[in-house]
Ligand binder design. Structure first.
Ligand SMILES: C[S@@+](CC[C@H](N)C(=O)[O-])C[C@H]1O[C@@H](n2cnc3c(N)ncnc32)[C@H](O)[C@@H]1O
Length: 294
């Protein structure tokens, strides 16, 4: 088996706040005896949570044949026969033998849309969700904010690194995205704005805006725009990769900018142009114009 796949599942299962959030959401969404569909079931962790909260039957849909075969072994080892059915295939074309009361999935990309979760859920629920059924998560938003790093990442290329200037590097800046794991929380120089927002039932295309204005809320050195997701799993239960938390399996995307001093009240017009294929985050192009308060 591809060891990178195993490592991916290992990292996701080690992200305890992720599982705790799904646990809380499924506790709210699943009623006794409900039929649950786990879309992109992987190694069945969300299916197991659904069973723990009283699901009568779980359909675990998994596109990858190797992962689905391993999931079948796990189901057998846990004596889940009769309570769980593994369906190997692309959820967009799967038709279950009965309608699901609850559909659960975790396919959020670092920015939100890269794994096409809401599109896959849109196609799946059209065919398989019972009237009045619940979808977990039911909302996926992509947010942007202006940041100053705490002496890491793109923030290193400044005027003082061990007493030397490295700011010549800033001349090489490109408006392409970098993947970043924060070691220390950045300073948010603006309130976040939502650039794409997709709710279940919206159809297959997310609602996305080409550009938004960020208002600087505190003085600092503008160094980058950060992009991250916020998923609403159930009422009162959200999951996000910013702020980062210990064990978080997601990075965030940052678009580096020339380091620029900014003051409260300055306005940043930020445009984000998605590529043809939303899976290629490196190709999301950012444009950014600063209007400084006099
Ligand atoms: C991020 S993993 C999540 C696995 C598991 N649900 C968990 O929370 O640990 C997403 C899984 O969805 C599967 N997947 C991706 N697209 C799919 C599709 N269109 N239909 C079914 N499975 C899909 C992938 O193969 C992968 O195993």
């Amino acid at each position: 088996m591809d060891q990178r796949l195993l490592l991916m599942h290992q990292t996701m299962l080690a992200d305890r706040p992720r599982l705790a959030a799904y646990d809380r959401a499924l506790e709210r969404a699943v009623g006794a005896g409900d039929v649950v569909a786990d879309v992109g079931a992987g190694l069945l962790v969300l299916s197991m949570l659904a069973l723990r909260h009283g699901a009568g039957h779980v359909y675990a849909i998994e596109a990858d044949p190797e992962t689905a075969a391993l999931a079948a072994e796990i189901a057998q080892a846990n004596d889940l026969k009769g309570r769980l059915t593994i369906v190997q295939g692309d959820a967009r074309t799967v038709r279950l033998p009965e309608k699901a009361d609850v559909v659960v999935s975790e396919m959020m990309g670092n920015l939100g849309p890269e794994e096409q979760m809401m599109e896959v859920l849109g196609a799946f629920t059209e065919t398989n969700l019972a009237p009045g059924g619940r979808v977990v998560p039911h909302r996926l938003a992509t947010r942007l904010a202006a940041i100053e790093f705490d002496g890491e990442g793109w923030g290193l290329w400044g005027e003082d690194f061990l007493g030397h200037r490295l700011d010549a590097v800033q001349d090489r800046v490109a408006p392409a995205a970098q993947l970043h794991f924060f070691q220390r929380p950045p300073t948010l120089l603006s309130r976040p704005v939502t650039i794409a927002d997709h709710r279940s039932g919206d159809g297959r295309r997310p609602h996305a805006r080409e550009s938004r204005t960020l208002t600087v809320t505190r003085p600092g050195r503008l160094q980058a725009i950060v992009g991250y997701f916020s998923a609403t799993l159930a009422k009162g239960v959200t999951l996000s990769n910013l702020p980062s938390y210990p064990g978080c399996n997601w990075a965030v995307w940052v678009w580096p900018l020339r380091h620029t001093p900014v003051s409260a009240g300055d306005l940043l017009r930020v445009g984000l142009r998605p590529p043809e294929d939303v899976r290629n985050v490196l190709d999301y192009r950012l444009s950014c114009g600063l209007r400084q308060r006099r």
